[in-house]
Design a protein around this ligand. Structure first.
Ligand code: F6R
Length: 610
C-alpha cells in the first residue's frame, strides 16, 4: 500500500527521499512523487509507474532543499495517473497520505459548493484543500492541520509541508502506520522501518491520534487537540544489510535462502532442549489461564492464514484444544461467537493488515485474550494485542511472503509445545524430542537450497503452462494452498489447491494430459491415501509432479517428475520443509516468465485498506 517518507535536516533531501521511497517499493505502488521546499517555494514532481520515472524526471528537472516529503501511491480512489499521484499541492500546502478518508465525498461537495475546484479524483485532495482554506482564514500551519484533522473520518497517515513555514514538517497518524526517525540534527518520517535503516535505527512508532511537528531543532509530539505528549525512542534491531539484496537477483530469492537463519533466529533463546522447555518472554499466561482456554481462534489473511491452518493441525493434535481458523475479512462481519475464555491469535507479517487488525479489535471488544504472531516490531497489531510473539524473520521486502511464513510456522510449533507441556499433554521427554527435531530443520532446508538445479529444470519445463493444480492432505493441504498462492502471485499462472480427497468432488474434471498436478506425498499417516489420489490423477493422464522423500521410490516411479525432500520424521516440520521447494518452483517459473517478482502486478505488501 502507499508509502510515505519525509525529511527535515541539514542535507539536500531529494535523493534521500527517493532512496527511502525505493526501500518502500515492496509495499506496492503505481505512481510516485516528492515535494521539496526550495528557497521558500514548494516544488512538486510526480510520475506514473515505477520510481525510475521519477528519478529520470528529477535528473531533467532537479530540485534541492532541506525539507521534503515523498510518496508511492497504490490507487484506491481515482485511477493511477500523474494528477492523482501524491503529493497533492494546493496553494502553499503539500500533502502525502496513506489510508482512506471515508467522508471525502461530503467534504468535497462542501468545498465545491464554496467554489473550490479540485484537480484530482482522490480522497486525499480534500485534506490539502481544507488545510489551504484554513490557512487563508488566518490560522497558523499547525492550527490549519488540527482544524482539518477534526473534519476527517477514516484512516490517515499524513506528511504535510507549508511554504509559509519552510522549516516545519507535520506528521499525523490515525489508523495508518507512520514512524518518526531520529538522526543527528535530522529527522525522518516513514511508513515502515526499512525506509530509514541506512539513516537511523532510532524511531518512535506513532500512535493513533498523534501529530508530530518536526523542525531542524527537534520534534514536538501532540494529540489532535494540541496537548503535548511524550515520545518513546526504540532501537530497531534490524541491520541495514538485511534490507539489501546482497548479490541475489531478487529479494524473494534472498528471502527464500535466508530461511534457515530466520528459523534459527525465531527459536533461538526460546527453547531449552535439555529441559524440554519452551519460553516466551512476551507471552506468559499462567498454567491456570492456559487451562481455562476453551477454544483458540486463529485469524489472518493470505499466506498468514495458511500458516494459521497449519497451526490448527498442530494445536489440535498435540494440545487437544479446539481451534477455528478464519480469514480477517470474514471474521469481522459474521458476529463470531467469542468470549473471554477464548484466545484469539492474530497472525500477520506486517502487523498492519486492515482486516486482521479489525478482527483483533472485534475479538478484544468481545473479551477474548489476544496474541499476535508478528514480524514487524512496533506495528499496530503487535502493540494492540495483549501479547505478542515476534517472528524473527528480519525485514521481508519481496511482496510474496516466504520467510515470514516459515517463521510463523516455527512460532506456531513452539506455541503448540508450550501449551501442550503446560496442559500436561506432552511430558518433558516428548518436548525434548520435538525440540531436537526442530533443531535439525534448518540443516534440512539448507540441503534443499544447496542444490536447486533440478527445480530450475522443472521450472523451465513447466513455465509455459497456464494452469496448475496442487494437492495435499492433512497438514500438507495448507502447504498446497500456499504453493499455489506463491505460483499465481508471482508468475500469474492460474493455480488452485485442493485437499486431495476433495478432488473427486469436482476438480477432477479439470485433469487431462495438459494439467500439471503438484502432489505433496511425503511418508506418514496420509501416505496411502495420497498415493490413491495420485493414481486417480494418473489414470486421467494428468502430469504429476510429486514432492516426496527418498524412501518413497514407488511415487517417483509413477510421477512424471519428482522433487525429493530430505527425510524427516515429524509431519509438522515436514510441512515447513515442503514449503521450500514449492517456493523455489514458483520463483524459478516466474524468473523464466520474466515477471516482476518482487513487486507483482496489483499486489501490495502491507494491505492497510479493507
Ligand atoms: C502472499 C502475501 C499475502 C499476505 C497477506 C497478509 O504472499 O504476502 O497474502 O500474507 O496480505 O499480510 P500480513 O501477514 O502482513 O498480515
Amino acid at each position: 500500500m502507499c508509502g510515505i517518507v519525509g525529511y527535515v535536516g541539514f542535507q539536500d533531501c531529494p535523493l534521500i527521499l527517493l532512496d527511502a521511497l525505493k526501500r518502500l517499493e515492496y509495499r506496492g505502488y503505481d505512481s510516485a512523487g516528492i515535494a521539496v521546499i526550495q528557497n521558500g517555494r514548494l516544488l512538486c514532481h510526480r510520475t506514473v509507474g515505477k520510481l525510475i520515472n521519477l528519478e529520470r524526471l528529477l535528473l531533467t528537472q532537479p530540485v534541492s532543499g532541506h525539507i521534503g516529503i515523498g510518496h508511492t501511491r497504490w490507487a484506491t480512489h481515482g485511477a493511477p495517473s500523474e494528477i492523482n499521484a501524491h503529493p497533492h499541492v494546493v496553494d502553499k500546502v503539500a500533502v502525502v497520505h496513506n489510508g482512506i478518508i471515508e467522508n471525502y465525498v461530503a467534504l468535497r461537495q462542501e468545498l465545491e459548493d464554496k467554489g473550490t475546484r479540485f484537480s484530482s479524483q482522490t480522497d486525499t485532495e480534500v485534506i490539502a484543500q481544507l488545510i489551504a482554506l484554513y490557512l487563508k482564514e488566518g490560522n497558523s500551519f499547525e492550527e490549519a492541520v488540527c482544524n482539518t484533522i477534526a473534519r476527517l473520518e477514516g484512516s490517515f497517515a499524513l506528511g504535510i509541508l507549508c511554504a509559509d513555514e519552510p522549516e516545519t514538517l507535520i506528521a499525523v497518524r490515525q489508523e495508518s502506520p507512520l514512524i518518526l526517525g531520529f538522526g543527528e540534527g535530522e529527522y525522518f518520517i516513514a511508513s515502515d522501518a526499512p525506509a530509514l535503516l541506512p539513516y537511523t535505527k532510532k524511531v518512535h512508532f506513532m500512535n493513533d491520534g498523534e501529530m508530530a511537528v518536526i523542525t531542524p531543532t527537534g520534534v514536538t509530539l501532540k494529540d489532535f487537540s494540541g496537548n503535548l505528549l511524550p515520545y518513546e525512542v526504540t532501537e530497531i534491531p534490524w541491520s541495514p544489510l538485511l534490507a539489501e539484496k546482497a548479490g541475489y537477483k531478487h529479494f524473494m530469492q534472498k528471502e527464500i535462502f535466508e530461511q534457515p537463519r530466520a528459523i534459527i533466529d525465531t527459536f533461538r533463546g526460546r527453547i531449552y532442549p535439555n529441559k524440554g522447555e519452551v519460553v516466551f518472554e512476551e507471552f506468559n499466561l499462567s498454567q491456570e489461564e492456559i487451562k481455562e482456554i476453551e477454544k483458540i481462534w486463529i485469524v489472518a489473511c493470505g499466506t498468514s492464514w495458511h500458516a494459521g491452518l497449519v497451526g490448527k493441525y498442530m494445536l489440535e493434535r498435540l494440545c487437544r484444544i479446539p481451534v477455528e481458523v478464519d480469514l480477517g475479512s470474514e471474521f469481522r462481519y459474521r458476529d463470531p461467537i467469542i468470549n473471554k475464555k477464548m484466545l484469539l491469535v492474530l497472525i500477520s507479517q506486517s502487523g498492519e493488515t486492515a482486516d486482521t487488525l479489525a478482527a483483533m479489535r472485534e475479538g478484544k471488544r468481545k473479551g477474548a485474550k489476544t496474541l499476535a504472531i508478528c514480524n514487524v516490531l512496533g506495528s499496530t497489531i503487535a502493540r494492540e494485542c495483549d501479547y505478542v510473539i515476534y517472528t524473527h524473520a528480519g525485514p521481508e521486502i519481496g511482496v510474496a511472503s516466504t520467510k515470514a511464513f516459515t517463521t510463523q510456522l516455527t512460532v506456531l510449533y513452539l506455541l503448540t509445545l508450550y501449551f501442550a507441556k503446560r496442559l500436561g499433554k506432552l511430558d518433558e521427554m516428548k518436548v525434548k524430542e520435538y525440540l531436537s527435531q526442530l533443531m535439525v530443520l534448518p540443516g534440512k532446508i539448507e540441503k534443499i537450497l544447496d542444490d536447486t538445479k533440478s527445480i530450475e529444470e522443472l521450472a523451465i519445463k513447466y513455465s509455459k503452462v497456464e494452469d496448475f493444480l496442487y494437492l495435499g492432505r492433512g497438514v500438507y493441504f495448507p502447504i498446497a494452498l500456499e504453493g499455489a498462492l506463491k505460483l499465481k502471485e508471482i508468475s500469474y499462472i492460474h493455480a488452485e489447491a485442493y485437499a486431495a480427497g476433495e478432488m473427486k468432488h469436482g476438480p477432477i474434471a479439470l485433469i487431462d494430459e495438459n494439467m500439471p498436478v503438484v502432489i505433496l506425498a511425503p511418508k506418514g499417516e496420509t501416505f496411502e491415501k495420497i498415493r490413491s489420489n495420485m493414481e486417480e490423477v494418473l489414470s486421467r493422464k494428468g502430469r504429476v509432479i510429486a514432492l516426496t522423500e527418498p524412501e518413497c521410490q514407488e511415487i517417483a516411479a509413477k510421477a512424471e517428475d519428482t522433487i525429493f525432500i530430505p527425510p524427516l520424521e515429524n509431519s509438522f516440520l515436514k510441512a515447513i520443509l515442503l514449503t521450500v521447494p514449492l517456493q523455489l518452483l514458483a520463483y524459478y517459473i516466474a524468473v523464466f516468465r520474466g515477471t516482476d517478482i518482487d513487486q507483482p502486478r496489483n499486489l501490495a505488501k502491507s494491505v492497510t485498506v479493507e
